[in-house]
Design a protein around this ligand. Structure first.
Ligand SMILES: [Mg+2]
Length: 167
């Protein structure tokens, strides 16, 4: 059986773009990519890859995430969700959410993003019958050990190879 998907945003969770300029948040290295200052932590890739998920990019970097971000955080090339241009979404709904729903149809998934809200959660809950976790990460702090622990706990419940409780 397939593992759950882990949808990864870049700006916010992996690049805490709202962090102050000095001091650099611990573990992060500054890069200039496409003229933008990007902070990335090379420990994030191994930590994410160790979780029992199939990782997918869910970022406006789209395919550039594989060339520009993956090598700098220690991830292999991953599948990429691409976003429709000019698509209208309901008020308050993240523009990514309908595309995420279509991409993840039939599979459990966790989604790490700095912009998801209860509106997205409710919209998805009304439209699907497989488990999902929307996990919001602050763009000021980026992905932290506590976030990884939340993902690991959720996966332990929803991953098909998770040991049954009481086993
Ligand atoms: Mg973001």
């Amino acid at each position: 059986m397939e593992r759950p998907l882990l949808l990864l945003d870049v700006d916010g969770p992996l690049n805490p773009f709202r962090a102050g300029r000095a001091p650099l948040p611990r573990g992060y290295l500054p890069h200039t990519i496409h003229g933008l200052r990007v902070l990335l932590d090379p420990a994030h890739g191994p930590a994410l890859a160790a979780l029992p998920f199939d990782l997918v990019w869910a970022t406006t970097w789209e395919h550039d995430a594989n060339t520009e971000i993956a090598p700098r955080v220690g991830l292999p090339a991953l599948p990429v969700i691409t976003w429709p241009v000019g698509a209208d979404t309901a008020p308050g709904l993240c523009f990514k959410t309908p595309t995420v729903a279509a991409y993840t149809a039939g599979r459990p998934f966790a989604w790490v993003d700095d912009e998801v809200t209860d509106t997205d959660r409710a919209w998805l809950a009304a439209r699907r019958d497989t488990p999902f976790l929307l996990h919001r990460v602050s763009a000021r702090r980026g992905l932290r050990p506590t976030d990884l622990a939340t993902l690991a706990t959720w996966a332990a419940t929803h991953a098909p190879d998770a040991a049954p409780i009481g086993d």
